[in-house]
Design a protein around this ligand. Structure first.
Ligand code: DI6
Ligand code: FE
Length: 403
């Protein structure tokens, strides 16, 4: 305790610790924050007398949760695909849209032609919307550059976001997202000549926290992803993977073999893959925004994740094609409504389990020694965060102890 300590009182806290009590809930609690970290949390009746002289801030009965964590985004990207959305609703097929210059290729074109400044300004507008919902950590992927210069630029923009705003940014290198037009039909050459050398360059510049890929019929095979993951391993970088989104290629199993932090999407995952994830401690990141936008009908194997004890996270997957969903609170609601997650599972999905999906050990739960990243809500019960649609009850967001 120092003069930098603050005591919050008159609050209930959903600590999200492992606990027999739902949400790790403590009613009528106090939280002591010292030098940006949580010093003490517990029932106010147990507050050590040493803290008794500190000035108290009343939260008037509000609920406190860990700051929210969006563990899967493509929030740095050029342009939008609203016209493509409109074309599809007017009857065009995905292929016709692609032939007319739509799809991932159009986002690559727009991202390549954007400057670092405009990319940053565009992304910050989206980040600010998340911040207003109490988000304190975010993952940001590259993968719309698909050439060395633009991939590096995307990652520099991601780092810049962490400097311009009070938010923790974790970057993922997603060079193996799609094959760019100039390498059409030469996927292996793209992996060898562009993706892997760019990963090495980005890592040398300190721009990479994890390595991601898209393992899918329309993207890369498990063998191709494995070549990228081998380099990640050599560089000492953790991996994660877009897997089993549209079909089952064994991507999650491959990811688990590399001790992946997470495998993401997973609609077409089988129980064998679930077991492999459980054994490896790989988090299942569920992305209801893409499921909804693509009007997918096969849900991820939630019951099997529960049965085998695979931790589940939820994220927006913010991207201009399959998930133009810029709200983590709505994502929480959709996780419950579309996939029947309980509100507690959904809240764990954007706090403790999202932290784990990013390899972050100092956030996602409220306990002594963790960073004081907190969200203070005008709600009585945590289920309210999952229940309302299009309503933001955030009162105050605290990042590293500062409001
Ligand atoms: N899965 C997705 O749903 C997005 N990327 C990925 O690997 C699609 C991205 C896009 O359509 O722009
Ligand atoms: Fe994604």
């Amino acid at each position: 305790m120092t003069e930098n300590s603050k005591v919050f009182v008159d609050l209930d806290v959903a600590t999200m610790r492992e606990s027999d009590v739902a949400y790790g809930m403590i009613q009528d609690a106090a939280i002591v924050v010292t030098n940006g970290a949580i010093d003490w949390v517990g029932p106010i009746a147990d507050l050590p007398s040493g803290y008794g002289t500190l000035v108290r801030t009343s939260l008037a009965g509000r609920l406190v949760t860990p700051g929210l964590i969006d563990c899967h985004t493509h929030i740095v990207h050029g342009g939008d695909r609203a016209v493509e959305f409109e074309m599809r609703l007017n009857g065009a097929s995905y292929e016709e849209v692609a032939r007319a210059g739509g799809g991932i290729v159009s986002t690559v074109k727009a991202t390549r032609s954007a400057t670092e400044d405009t990319s940053l300004a565009d992304a910050l507008r989206r980040v600010d919307v998340l911040i207003a919902e109490g988000v304190t950590s975010i993952e940001i992927k590259s993968g719309y550059g698909l050439d060395r210069e633009t991939e590096l630029r995307m990652l520099r923009v991601a780092r810049a976001i962490g400097n311009k705003r009070d938010i923790t940014v974790r970057t993922s290198f997603l060079g193996a997202h799609a094959t760019p037009a100039e390498y059409k039909g030469r996927d292996d050459a793209y992996i060898d000549e562009v993706c892997i050398p760019t990963l090495r360059a980005a890592h040398a510049e300190g721009l990479v926290d994890a390595v991601d890929g898209f393992c899918e019929g329309i993207a890369f095979s498990p063998e191709q992803i494995a070549r990228v993951f081998d380099v990640a391993k050599e560089l000492g970088l953790p991996v994660k993977l877009h897997a089993e989104q549209l079909s089952n290629l064994g991507g999650a199993k491959l990811a688990a073999r590399y001790g992946a932090l997470s495998a993401d999407h997973l609609e077409y995952l089988d129980e064998d893959g679930v077991r492999a994830m459980a054994d490896a401690g790989t988090v299942a990141v569920i992305l209801p925004g893409a499921f909804y936008t693509l009007r997918e009908t096969q849900a991820p194997p939630i019951a099997a994740f529960r049965k085998h004890g695979v931790p589940m996270a939820l994220a927006t997957d913010i991207n201009p094609g399959s998930s133009p969903l810029n709200s983590l609170l709505l994502t929480v609601n959709m996780g419950c409504t579309l996939f029947r997650l309980t509100p507690e599972e959904a809240l764990r999905g954007v706090t403790c389990n999202a932290a784990r999906a990013l390899g972050l050990t100092d956030v996602g739960v409220i306990e002594s020694g963790k960073r004081a990243d907190l969200a203070i809500w005008d709600v009585k019960h945590p289920a309210e965060l999952a229940y309302r649609i299009g309503f933001n009850p955030l009162h105050t967001r605290i990042f590293g102890g500062a409001a």
